[in-house]
Design a protein around this ligand. Sequence first.
Ligand SMILES: CC(C)(COP(=O)(O)OP(=O)(O)OC[C@H]1O[C@@H](n2cnc3c(N)ncnc32)[C@H](O)[C@@H]1O)[C@@H](O)C(=O)NCCC(=O)NCCS
Ligand SMILES: Nc1ncnc2c1ncn2[C@@H]1O[C@H](COP(=O)(O)OP(=O)(O)OP(=O)(O)O)[C@@H](O)[C@H]1O
Length: 204
Amino acid sequence: MTVRIGITGGIGSGKSVVSRLLEVMGIPVYISDMETKQLMVADNRIRGELIALLGEEVYVGGILNKTLLASYLFGSPEHARQVNGIVHPRVKEDFRQWVRQHAGCSMAGIESAILIEAGFAGEVDAVVMVYAPEEVRVQRAMKRDASSRELIERRIRSQMSDEEKRMRADFVIVNDGETPLIPQVLALITFLSQNNTYLCPPKK
Ligand SMILES: CC(C)(COP(=O)(O)OP(=O)(O)OC[C@H]1O[C@@H](n2cnc3c(N)ncnc32)[C@H](O)[C@@H]1O)[C@@H](O)C(=O)NCCC(=O)NCCS
Ligand SMILES: Nc1ncnc2c1ncn2[C@@H]1O[C@H](COP(=O)(O)OP(=O)(O)OP(=O)(O)O)[C@@H](O)[C@H]1O
């Protein structure tokens, strides 16, 4: 059976970095942000429901209007609930299918900032929280996205608090820029694996 690892943590905590480390160790990771964006374009049901909610302009020339969607979604908890209600059930189905496709792997991961809020904790065998202090996260996200503090802080406020995430996590990886990451990722794999048989079988 594939051990499913849920990788979560707030904006700029370093989930993508941890996911890349798992991937180079042979553990495939479902990157929710990326897969969700593809589904929002390819899935007719999601497209129809988003258009019904936000109007035709939510797609411009077939491309998702991220600015419009982001300003609506992060505008209020009720708006987030509406968008999430359209998108997340379909992402869950897609993730389950992806896990079946990776049945040959002893471990597989899913990366999502809102893993717990979106109801994915029950889809994984272990929840791993990547933690960094909020100010470090804000600085990283501002630098990476050339974004404003206000915008990042608004997104942070639409997510579960670090304290709550910590309580729900089975394992915490500290990525504060001082604590080395690789030993922690190795400790996680050792914690989860039996006899270190976590690598996917070679592709035929
Ligand atoms: C609003 C969108 C268009 C913004 O796209 P953009 O490329 O600017 O940002 P990106 O996708 O990289 O998201 C940045 C961060 O915002 C946060 N975020 C994204 N969606 C959500 C959400 N529904 N609730 C809370 N935080 C969210 C996450 O920390 C994420 O890593 C995009 O995030 C989106 O389509 N979100 C809705 C779908 C969703 O819930 N995605 C999360 C994966 S399940
Ligand atoms: N330990 C670190 N030292 C220095 N920079 C880091 C470290 N970890 C992450 N970063 C940088 O911080 C930024 C945010 O990291 P990353 O993209 O992994 O976060 P994330 O949790 O996936 O964020 P988001 O939820 O916004 O997608 C990136 O530009 C990354 O290169």
